[in-house]
Design a binder for this molecule. Structure first.
Ligand SMILES: [Mn+2]
Length: 348
């Protein structure tokens, strides 16, 4: 496996100088920020990222993410133009050494949480999603702003998007995903890039929006649309793991065995009795997921893709991007290293 770490660029309080000190760290996962979906990424910005990583002995070869515009997801009249830009961005990333590009196909909102700094008994804080907080909200009538949501939309725009996706429905979203994959996967193949689709977080409908990257049946369907190694998964254990019905170690074993996982996001999550969830430390004993069984499934199937510790808690007084501090993600990386070393030595 290739150990990697997400970096939000020069504004990230976590520096590359610190990231390189994590044992076994190889790759930087980043993106060109400040460019809207549907616009090309300047070559100079990509060259700069590569240079910054090189200067720190790290490899810039994973992008997270190139966002997919709502026009592509909705299939508006701007779709073809945005698809052409998307393909151009794949080519540009590849020219600067990128091998894996993450994206998601979630309508309107990225990940959904109700609080970003919920304090645990040990004093650490983490992201949580509590149904009793979410149920009381209705984006069609209330002016709500949840953490993680794109603040650039006005409430009126959010309502229009919600209505448009309501009309589109799940099958409409599937059709638009198919159009997207058929346009970008051949370009990715040509460039030697893996497109890694991140699951919906959490993997079920929120506010009636269609969500399709949610479960084994639907992941099978995605991979079947284009039977190409470039049509791969970013398997996020914490996102898929918020639904008890997803058997995460079994799914990892299956898709890694098929050679269809380009990128692993590894984190743990604690599912509560009403289906709410709390992000927690990576250690299996701290949450609902068995990280040992997940790593064992990867090692048994000869996984050679990218792995990164996903969201960490905020500990030791650190502040910064919620979920993306240095300390707890570094602890996660060390734990992941240990699990891989043990599983690999056991195999021999
Ligand atoms: Mn993830």
């Amino acid at each position: 496996m290739k150990l990697s770490f997400r970096w939000y660029g020069e504004d990230d309080p976590v520096s590359l100088e610190y990231i390189r000190q994590i044992p076994g760290m190889r790759s930087v996962v980043t993106a060109v920020y400040g460019v809207s979906p549907g616009q090309v990424w300047p070559e100079e910005a990509l060259a700069r990222l590569k240079h910054q990583c090189d200067a720190n002995g790290l490899v810039f070869d994973v992008v997270e993410s190139i966002p997919v515009s709502e026009d592509i997801k909705l299939g508006t009249e701007k779709r073809d133009e945005h698809l052409a830009v998307y393909c151009e961005n794949i080519r540009r990333c590849a020219r600067h050494g990128v091998k894996c590009i993450t994206y998601n196909f979630m309508p309107v909102f990225d990940w959904t949480r109700t609080q970003l700094d919920k304090q645990a008994p040990d004093g650490s804080t983490s992201l949580v999603m509590y149904w009793d907080q979410l149920r009381s909200l209705d984006p069609l009538t209330d002016d709500i702003q949840l953490p993680g949501w794109d603040a650039s939309y006005t409430q009126q725009e959010v309502r229009q998007l919600l209505c448009a996706y309501g009309r589109l429905g799940e099958e409409g979203l599937w059709r638009n995903l198919e159009v997207f994959l058929k346009a970008v996967i051949p370009v990715a193949e040509e460039c030697g890039v893996l497109m890694a689709l991140h699951p919906d977080d959490p993997p079920y409908s929120i506010f009636g929006l269609p969500r399709i990257i949610t479960c084994e049946e639907n992941l099978d369907r995605v991979l079947g649309i284009m039977d190409s190694p470039s049509n791969s998964l970013c398997f996020c254990t914490g996102s898929l793991g918020c639904a008890r019905s997803n058997d995460i170690p079994a799914m990892v074993r299956k898709y890694s065995g098929m050679g269809r996982i380009g990128f692993m996001h590894m984190r743990n999550v604690k599912i509560l009795s009403d289906g709410s969830f709390e992000e927690c430390a990576h250690l299996s004993g701290c949450g609902s997921l068995d990280l040992y069984e997940i790593v064992k499934a990867l090692v048994d199937t000869g996984f050679d893709g990218y792995v990164r510790p996903d969201h960490g808690r905020m500990i030791w007084g650190e502040t910064g991007h919620p979920g993306y501090g240095l300390y707890d993600r570094a602890l996660g990386a060390a734990y992941i290293n240990g699990l891989f070393e043990a599983c690999e030595k056991n195999l021999k």
